[in-house]
Write a protein that binds this ligand. Structure first.
Ligand code: MEV
Length: 445
């Protein structure tokens, strides 16, 4: 066996883990001190953050940002955002205010149903199973009742359990296909517990049914797991304004030209997968930043959103445009499942703050805010793309990152920015210019 294989790493203390890192990579002995400098100052917060994962050696920081001026269904909000992509926050801040002056965002939730399946193999006659199913279903509800009491009190629970004959796709394969209402929770634990209980119950049912043949008494549970695809947990958001009022300080003709280009860009995202993926990446720039800030599982949200984008059998852009009777309407319809209680949302101190910043929304309200964030970041990206490209804005942010890295003093920032206004930004170009400035003796000023 390979001697370098480490066993029981999760039982190591933080210091032992860092020592293992130093041993393996030859890092400086001060690594522990340096890593410690990224940790929360108080022990309680450190423990909260450490407990969110396994084998932590420090905390990994990302900016916690704010995009102001989001008017959603007449409510004016700040959007809390966690992302490493500064242009996403810059665009959202801009687009929030842009639409606030045009009636704000509108949003509605069309459904909140969550799904999960027990996948099982049963080697009997499908018709027998269909006949037995009403009795089985009763048992499934009865034996999972101990898990659903609290959720039912909150207004949720198991909505339905259906039997799906999947034998046309795989021999002897069936599903218990269940729907749930999980109220303000994302509900993953609740759903998975119910599904695992269904698995146990159905197995017991077959095992104990002496009217069945020996072969039919055997039921193999392959897995019981929620589905992150929630096509009936659906939200819609939109903005609209007269076409002639679409751009600040521009003529009607310019506004119409812009509207037409936006429409073409959306049609392209709906007809070409290469563009659709990037288009939707721009949608999820906003959604993920809000999901991370509020402690929601962005991987689940993204997986669901991309599957929803392919619901017609072809992967398409998620946003849509309608220009009719002089009105420009830009919209998104999105399947997503979120929570505002339980999980990271109620544990991470900054997620708790993010939820407060959003004025303690319900899960449905958060769904609307996420759709709005996605719509806004997509609008910002496509607006920039059809009006000369994104590089100008990106380069400004790139320049500011480079100036940070080179440690250009605050008092010289303006001068460097002015110099690069009409020049190509690169690390070496900024470094060169900075050297030349120093040679000119700016330090003496
Ligand atoms: C970059 O993070 C996102 C964009 O590429 C999205 C788009 O192309 O629509 C600008």
């Amino acid at each position: 066996m390979d001697d370098s294989i480490i066993k029981g790493f999760s039982k190591y203390t933080k210091h032992q883990r860092i020592d293992a890192l130093i041993l393996k990579y030859g890092f400086d002995e001060n690594l522990a001190l340096w890593l410690d400098s990224f940790e929360a100052p108080d022990q309680i917060t450190r423990k909260i953050i450490d407990d969110l994962s396994e084998n932590p050696i420090s905390s990994f920081h990302l900016p916690f940002s704010i995009a102001p001026n989001f008017v959603v269904n007449d409510k004016n909000l700040f959007f809390p955002l966690v992302t490493e992509e500064s242009s996403v926050v810059a665009a959202l801040s801009n687009i929030g205010g842009f639409w606030a002056q045009r009636g704000g965002f509108h949003a509605e939730v069309l459904g909140t149903e969550k799904k999960g399946q027990v996948h099982f193999i049963w080697k009997g006659n499908p018709e027998t199973l269909n006949l037995l199913f009403p009795e089985i279903k009763e048992k499934l509800f009865a034996e999972s009742a101990f898990l659903t009491v609290k959720m039912i009190k909150r207004g949720g629970g198991i909505i339905s359990i259906e039997l799906k004959d999947m034998t046309p796709v795989l021999p002897d394969y069936y599903q218990l296909d269940a729907s749930f209402e999980t109220c303000d929770a994302m509900g993953a634990n609740f759903i998975n517990s119910c599904l695992e209980q269904f698995g146990k119950s159905i197995q017991q049912y077959f095992r104990g049914n002496e009217q069945l043949s020996v072969k039919e008494r055997d039921c193999e549970i392959i897995m019981a797991i929620l589905s992150n695809y929630t096509p009936n947990s659906l939200v819609r958001a939109w903005v609209e304004c007269p076409v002639d009022n679409l751009l600040d300080g521009k003529t009607s003709d310019e506004c119409r030209l812009f509207a037409g280009k936006m429409e073409q860009a959306i049609r392209i995202s709906q007809s070409d997968v290469s563009r659709a993926v990037t288009h939707n990446k721009g949608v999820f720039n906003g959604i993920d930043a809000l999901a991370l800030a509020t402690g929601n599982d962005f991987r689940a949200i993204d997986a669901c959103g991309h599957a929803y984008a392919a619901r017609s059998g072809r992967y398409c852009g998620l946003t849509d445009i309608l220009i009719q009777d002089g009105v420009f309407r830009f919209s998104i319809e999105l399947a997503l499942a979120v929570g505002v209680v339980g999980g990271v949302t109620t544990v991470h101190p900054l997620s708790k703050l993010a939820i407060q910043i959003l004025d303690q929304p319900s899960a449905s309200e958060l769904m609307m805010y996420m759709a709005v964030a996605g719509l806004a970041s997509n609008f910002g990206a496509v607006k920039a793309l059809v009006s000369g490209g994104i590089q100008e804005g990106h380069m400004k942010l790139h320049l500011s990152n480079i100036m940070n890295q080179i440690r250009i003093p605050e008092e010289n920032i303006d001068q460097v920015q002015r110099h690069f206004q009409d020049k190509t930004v690169s690390f070496s170009a900024v470094e060169e210019y900075w050297k030349s400035l120093k040679l000119e003796g700016y330090e003496d000023n």
